[in-house]
Write a protein that binds this ligand. Structure first.
Ligand code: BDR
Ligand code: CA
Length: 314
């Protein structure tokens, strides 16, 4: 099994990813670290604690950053995830509390306690990971792998969701994303190139409700609002598979085809949040990215196998 810390902004598809990780025998969910994004930090932390308590997770929960490193906050995605981050389904206040440490410190301590064993999976803005790197650069040598849902590299025509050129998690904190992608640790990026190629139809989510007990019913309930957004904004009956795809990669990397090359982020201007990968050894005169480690970017997914894996696991 792979030990993971899941850095998340729950969030409807975040909840789908968290429940997937918890259910998988291939994963040991050690901690949930929270970040602003789909909801503000108090709401995303409350939602992580709610999931832990309701579904009896053994994992820790540590509260993370409330805002990006440098850019002004973009604000919560209430149009997509509702005011409460769970599609405005009323949930009881959890009676358990978070770890006393801030998320970045929790990450540093947990990675140091099990060198080479912990995979960091981030499915929200990358602020906590960037802060962990700033406070303890040596963690680059201690983590097993870093798996990120974020970015969009133009494969299959997918270039952005919040702007024509940017994906939400990277757009929320482009400076943090650039720090994480250029650090000397092994990063795998699961961006819109593949998450927009896997689709949970309404029927598929009905099947989760009908065959997966309490967990399936909860996912069905919170996804009503999300599916309305997809219907009204994109005219589709279902939703793309963002955050669960990062967990699918941890469970079975063979579902994805990867491309190697250094990754950078445009940090300001009209293309703010644009992700770029230099993946071919071209004949250009200079190689200004030569100092950056080649990372793995997902360019293709076996979507049917991913959907089967998700349903079987849940
Ligand atoms: C990402 O943005 C958030 O709204 C989702 O939870 C996902 O992590 C998709 O761009
Ligand atoms: Ca998310």
């Amino acid at each position: 099994t792979t030990k993971i810390i899941l850095d998340t902004d729950p969030g409807i598809d975040d909840a789908m990813a968290i429940l997937f990780a918890e259910a998988s025998p291939a994963i040991e969910l050690v901690g949930l670290t929270t970040v602003y994004g789909n909801a503000d930090i108090d709401i995303s932390t409350r939602n992580a604690l709610y999931l832990k308590q309701r579904f009896g997770f053994q994992c820790d929960v540590a509260k993370g950053s409330s805002q990006p490193l440098q850019r002004p906050p973009v604000g919560a995605s209430v149009a997509v995830h509702g005011e409460n981050g769970f599609g405005d389904v009323a949930i009881e206040a959890p009676t358990i509390s978070a770890d006393p440490r801030p998320a970045h410190q929790y990450i540093i301590d947990t990675v140091a306690a099990s060198p080479g064993e912990v995979t960091l999976v981030a499915v929200g803005p990358l602020t906590n990971l960037a802060m962990a790197l700033k406070h303890a650069p040596e963690i680059t040598k201690l983590v097993k792998e870093v798996v990120i849902m974020g970015g969009a590299f133009g494969t299959n025509g997918h270039t952005g969701n919040v702007t024509p050129f940017a994906e939400a998690n990277v757009h929320d904190d482009p400076h943090a994303a650039d720090i994480v992608f250029t650090a000397d640790w092994p990063v795998t990026v699961i961006g819109l190139d593949v998450t927009h190629e896997a689709f949970f139809s309404n029927d598929y989510i009905d099947t989760l409700r009908d065959t997966c007990g309490d967990v399936g019913e909860f996912m069905w309930d919170i996804s009503r609002f999300y599916l309305d957004f997809y219907k009204s904004r994109m005219g589709v009956d279902g939703c793309f598979v963002h955050d669960p795809s990062a967990i699918a990669y941890v469970i079975d990397p063979s579902l994805f085809e990867m491309r190697q090359g250094a990754v950078r982020v445009v940090c300001d201007g009209p293309a703010e949040g644009l992700t770029l990968q230099k993946y071919k050894d071209t004949k250009h005169k200079t190689d200004d990215w030569a100092d950056f480690r080649a990372q793995n970017v997902a360019v293709k997914v076996n979507d049917q196998a991913l959907l089967d894996l998700y349903l079987d696991t849940i």
